[in-house]
Design a protein. Structure first.
Length: 750
């Protein structure tokens, strides 16, 4: 059972129309609606079933009638004073029960709890699908100092915590007094020490409230563990969103019931409790209708690793039929990270500024850098957990599969119509063609194209439909990506107005005059290599001056080669050179100030180049680029506002890679259409492909999530003169098959 005291989504006023009710039913996904008057008095209820029955009885329904025309006045309800037994009994028969006061005003809604249902704390929902909710347990580590408490809040927020948690005790009622003293000096030494610390390190109630307020100012959720009934009342007066129940109070059913009756979510630690006691607490929480999460915990400080028994999380989830978490007191953050891998959706760890400060909790607490490393580890594990759906190849695996795997190749020349025999097939590297496991499917197939010895077989050789190139028509200049060795073959198949040469570092050694036997009546673009000899990845922003200088020298060679190509293209005026300018990092994205400094280094590098007769256009980049089978973090030419500033102030144009930029928008929750609109005036050239997720780049048109009709309209308005190529990953295979498919689809939009 759940008792909701914020119930606006269930309410409709008796003067509203049936049409309004229909809209609200749709918005609330079929929930029941309670009809109240202006004073909040309950007048009746209805569900989507009531509406459907009313519609079926009225051939010409008037949806502008007030909702009172369909309201159901025969319903079950309870008074606030009736108690939980009556609510639970009614919920056996219905899904929702209204709770009213003595004046029949709606004050709450009770509903059945869904199996595995998450809980909400303010604007944050904790569910099976949500990120782990990470709590920095400040407790009493503020040592009674409000300024220290605020410093802890600041550092916890910077470390990536979602929440900071305090503890509140009313010492006069919590500990038994003897002969007028506020604690019993006859208690054992451990208790005497604990009570003395607590007396010294308490924040006053108004200071605690100020600390909570400060949390909201910083954008982090405050929670608190009340240790007694007076503290619960004070926290309720403040408006605490949820409560943490200490392990020590899981068997304190009076306090548990008091907290349960607040209707707030409860995060309950289970340390120091037997399984029988945990089950008793669960039974009480279910009876109270409290939303709860159970936290596995070993209440020793520090907890020995051998005693933690993380596998109990599975049993805890089973007996609680709820989400589970982990409250840890062991050294370091590794166990908490492992708990997330085992299903924990809440992590609580003690937090301090100095482990040498007085107090037991400091000794088992994490410092800011340690807590931050734990948070980072948790987020990495969450991302790595993925899902249990059918396995799909990742983009990086597909890249490496091309380089490292094997393919089926032809052992002899073949003509269209030939039937493939086993002796005509061999297995060779690399993995650009049909995978070897398709050999039996290939045997007996009739080949539909001319093949030469050593050619790859492709998936299309098993298809009945052949993809042929043709002439295409677009409202803007367009071309295809080519290499020196295949440009003639691809050019002869269609009518591009430009060729974009994608260079490798080996291409830089070719004698250009041996590649061209005449001049072409068209334009060209050069795409600079990313990788140069000696495993040198171009980086014009590197903090290593020698490395950056080598990048400048290599790019100058590209500029020189581009100038030498110009004589072979009659329409070439100022050829464009597309380059990925660098600025990537290996382990994590750079901070904003670090990224900005890279732009200055980029400008210094570009100023060293002799670019007369050519134009360098940096390419927009994805947040997680693939560099030869491995993924990096990119920091420059990802953010549209930064790119716009760079182009305006330094008079550069760009190549907008549609796929790259869509991935950046997915990662940072930007509007892709706004991204294109901002950069439209700076776009000289376009790479067009589809995209999916955060790193699925270069996909075939229609295989990802990009809205190409909307993109075409946007570009027509904001970058009408920009040329484009289809930048489909592995599009050059099988005679450019991927490019022709893309152009065929893009012709409908551009």
């Amino acid at each position: 059972m759940i008792i909701e005291r914020t119930f606006d989504s269930y309410i409709i006023h008796n003067r509203d129309t049936i049409f309004s009710a229909l809209n609200k039913i749709v918005q609330t996904k079929g929930r029941i609606l309670f009809v109240v008057d202006d004073r909040g008095i309950l007048k009746g209820l209805f569900s989507n079933g009531d509406i459907f029955r009313w519609l079926s009885r009225n051939s010409m329904p008037d949806l502008n009638q007030p909702v009172t025309a369909i309201v159901n006045t025969n319903y079950k309800f309870v008074k606030e004073s009736d108690g939980l037994n009556k609510i639970n009994k009614y919920l056996e028969d219905v899904l929702f029960v209204p709770i009213v006061d003595d004046y029949n005003r709606l004050v709450a809604v009770a509903r059945r709890r869904k199996i595995g249902e998450g809980i909400s704390i303010g604007d944050v929902t904790i569910s099976k699908e949500s990120p782990t909710f990470i709590i920095a347990e400040i407790g009493n580590n503020h040592n009674g100092s409000l300024p220290l408490a605020k410093k802890l809040i600041n550092q916890a927020h910077r470390a990536g915590a979602d929440c900071v948690k305090f503890q509140m005790r009313d010492m006069s009622t919590l500990y038994r007094g003897v002969k007028g003293r506020n604690h019993d000096e006859t208690e054992n030494l451990g208790t005497e020490y604990t009570v003395d610390l607590l007396n010294s390190f308490q924040l006053a109630t108004n200071e605690m409230y100020e600390a909570f307020d400060y949390c909201y100012e910083k954008g982090i959720i405050p929670l608190c563990t009340p240790w007694d009934s007076n503290s619960v009342r004070k926290l309720e007066d403040y408006g605490m969103l949820a409560y943490k129940v200490a392990s020590a109070d899981l068997t304190n059913h009076d306090l548990l019931e008091m907290l349960g009756k607040t209707g707030k979510p409860l995060l309950c630690s289970t340390g120091m409790s037997t399984e029988h006691e945990i089950r008793e607490a669960i039974q009480l929480l279910r009876y109270l209708g409290s939303p709860y999460i159970l936290l596995h915990c070993n209440s020793t400080y520090p907890a020995p690793f051998k005693d933690i028994n993380l596998r109990y999380l599975e049993q805890l989830q089973k007996i609680g039929d709820c989400l589970v978490g982990y409250s840890g007191h062991e050294r370091g953050g590794n166990v908490a990270i492992a708990a997330v891998a085992l299903g924990a959706k809440v992590i609580e760890k003690h937090f301090t500024l100095d482990r040498e400060m007085e107090g037991n909790d400091h000794k088992v607490s994490l410092m800011q850098d340690e807590f931050g490393a734990m948070v980072e580890g948790i987020r990495h594990v969450e991302e790595a957990l993925g899902c249990a759906d059918e396995r799909q190849l990742t983009q990086g695996e597909m890249i490496n599969r091309v380089s490292l795997a094997k393919s089926l190749v032809c052992t002899c020349d073949l003509n269209p119509g030939d039937i493939i025999q086993p002796a005509m097939i061999d297995v060779k590297s690399p993995g650009q063609g049909l995978q070897p496991n398709k050999k039996q499917e290939l045997i007996g197939a009739r080949i539909n194209r001319k093949m030469f010895k050593g050619d790859f077989f492709y998936p299309s050789d098993l298809a009945t439909k052949v993809i042929d190139a043709r002439s295409y028509k677009f409202d803007r200049p367009w071309g295809i990506p080519v290499r020196f060795h295949d440009y003639k073959e691809l050019l002869n198949k269609s009518n591009p107005g430009l060729l974009e040469f994608h260079l490798s570092y080996k291409d830089m050694e070719i004698e250009i005059n041996k590649c061209f036997d005449r001049a072409y009546d068209m334009d060209f673009i050069v795409h600079s290599p990313e990788l140069f000899s000696g495993d040198h990845i171009l980086d014009l922003c590197s903090s290593d001056a020698a490395y950056r200088a080598k990048s400048v020298r290599e790019l100058q060679k590209v500029v020189n080669l581009t100038r030498s190509l110009k004589s072979y293209f009659k329409k070439a005026n100022t050829p464009l050179i597309i380059t990925n300018i660098g600025g990537f990092s290996f382990n994590a994205p750079l901070r904003e100030l670090e990224s900005k400094s890279l732009y200055h280094q980029l400008l210094e590098s570009l100023d060293q180049l002799d670019t007369s007769g050519v134009e360098i256009i940096p390419q927009t980049m994805p947040p997680f680029p693939w560099h030869f089978g491995g993924q990096r973090f990119h920091n420059l030419f990802v953010n549209p506002w930064e790119i716009d500033h760079f182009c305006k102030n330094h008079h550069y144009r760009i190549c907008l890679d549609v796929s790259h930029s869509a991935l950046a928008c997915n990662q940072f929750h930007w509007s892709f259409m706004q991204f294109v609109e901002i950069l439209g005036p700076h776009i000289a050239h376009l790479h067009i492909a589809d995209a999916e997720g955060k790193d699925g780049e270069g996909l075939q048109i229609g295989s990802g999530h990009i809205d190409f009709p909307a993109l075409a309209d946007n570009l027509k308005l904001n970058a009408p003169q920009a040329s484009f190529i289809p930048e489909i990953w592995q599009g050059h295979e099988n005679g450019g098959e991927g490019f022709w498919v893309a152009l065929d689809k893009l012709e409908n939009y551009f």
